[in-house]
Design a protein around this ligand. Structure first.
Ligand SMILES: O=P(O)(O)OC[C@H]1O[C@@H](O)[C@H](O)[C@@H](O)[C@@H]1O
Length: 330
């Protein structure tokens, strides 16, 4: 009798897998068979990152609640970028240049970087993954610069999620390059009309709905009654999104990213988007730490670092008023 076919032996664990030891980190098949990395923390905390786009698509708290918005109509098929989570806009934010909207790294296939250069970390963080993207020959035709883009996504023991981008100019012909950038973060909210954003009041902004004209934000916290598409300039390093109905506050902390984009397409634009449900604008808000107004320039060999840390905390709600100072100053 023929011996049963021997099953192929599993690939040896990479240095990062050994270091982290499952179950903190695993690679699984996601939508349309695209691979994603699942980070697992204590008490059911989790996050997911697609290799396609290097895009975070899930961040769950210890009640298993999804904190990021991904459209029910999101298309998980290249070349379309995934609608939701945290797409990365590089080397161009929006239409601030000649490239396709938001640049091209959000629809490229990233790889896991098993041996990243050291990055100072909190030793309590066990669940993290490092990804890397280098331009292909085709990419170099679109944007003629050689770079290494390293992304670390980390899930902290208390459920905080952080993204650290390190971009290095690897041009060998002595040329600098400049770029704009954003972490295009889609937050899940209960109802957009119950949400306000603290930290951007009195800031100057470019209004994308008015030909990028510059205005100054007046009054109190930002609330939402219609379409918004603004680039707040030189925004503070902490911004809070307060969801009254959910009694939840997202606190964003940004480093190396001076600006912050706020976007909600509202009903008309929602209907016009193929990969976005008609009524979904009510349940999402994009607040995007970014570098838009002043492009970043790197000489060959230079590296830039841009970091976003997110936490979701219960908001205290007393007689209709939250204490914004408490939220922003922690
Ligand atoms: O549909 P896209 O390319 O993902 O962009 C969505 C939105 O992204 C926002 O960041 C821009 O400010 C908007 O102008 C844009 O419409």
């Amino acid at each position: 009798m023929a011996a049963p076919p021997s099953s192929p032996s599993p690939p040896p664990p990479t240095s990062q897998q050994q270091h982290q030891q499952p179950p903190f980190y695993e690679v699984v098949k996601g939508s349309s068979g695209l691979e994603k990395v699942r980070l697992r923390g204590a008490r059911g905390l989790s996050a997911e990152v697609y290799l396609y786009g290097g895009q975070v698509t899930s961040w769950k708290n210890d009640h298993g609640e999804e904190l990021l918005f991904v459209s029910s109509k999101a298309i998980f098929k290249p070349p379309k970028a995934i609608r939701g989570g945290i797409p990365i806009c590089f080397p161009q934010f929006g239409t601030h240049g000649n490239l396709e909207q938001h640049g091209f790294v959000r629809n490229r296939l990233w790889t896991i970087d098993d041996n990243p250069p050291p990055l100072p970390v909190n030793p309590a963080i066990k669940a993290f993954v490092d990804l890397i993207l280098r331009p292909s020959e085709e990419d170099l035709k679109i944007w003629p610069h050689s770079f290494e883009f390293r992304l670390r996504v980390a899930l902290g023991p208390n459920g905080d999620l952080s993204l650290t981008s390190r971009i290095r100019n690897t041009n060998t012909d002595g040329r600098s390059f400049s770029y704009t950038f954003a972490y295009h973060t889609y937050f899940s909210v209960s109802d957009i009309s119950e949400v306000r954003v603290e930290g951007l009041e009195t800031m100057d902004y470019l209004d994308n709905l008015k030909g990028k004209e510059r205005f100054t934000e007046q009054g109190d916290a930002i609330v939402f009654e219609s379409e918004i598409d603004k680039v707040y300039l030189a925004a503070p390093s902490k911004i809070a999104i307060i969801d009254h109905e959910k009694k939840r506050t997202f606190v964003l902390t940004k480093e190396g990213l001076p600006d912050a984009v706020v976007w909600n397409p509202w009903d008309k634009k929602a209907k016009a988007m193929q990969d976005f449900g008609d009524g979904e604008y009510k349940h999402m808000l994009c607040v995007e730490p970014a570098a838009v107004e002043k492009p970043i320039t790197l000489k060959p060999g230079e590296e830039w670092k841009g970091r976003l840390a997110l936490s979701a905390v219960p908001s205290s709600y007393c007689s209709g008023q939250l204490d914004p100072l408490k939220v922003l100053q922690g």
